[in-house]
Design a protein around this ligand. Structure first.
Ligand SMILES: [Zn+2]
Length: 60
């Protein structure tokens, strides 16, 4: 089982590269049992979509 540190590291790596299947499963399992990491992940998703919207993801 991943530690919270490993889980958050994977979440940030996920922004830069596609995770391997085993990494994705480990991350999902961890977020399932760990509410603080699940919350963190939700915030990352919000941030990422905000960045895409405002940070120049194609629309001028
Ligand atoms: Zn955790």
């Amino acid at each position: 089982m991943l530690s919270c540190k490993q889980a958050t590291e994977l979440m940030s790596q996920e922004q830069d590269r596609p995770l391997r299947l085993g990494e994705r499963i480990g991350l999902r399992l961890h977020a399932w049992i760990c509410s603080s990491c699940a919350n963190y992940r939700r915030q990352m998703d919000v941030l990422r979509s905000a960045c895409r919207r405002f940070g120049g993801g194609g629309t001028p």
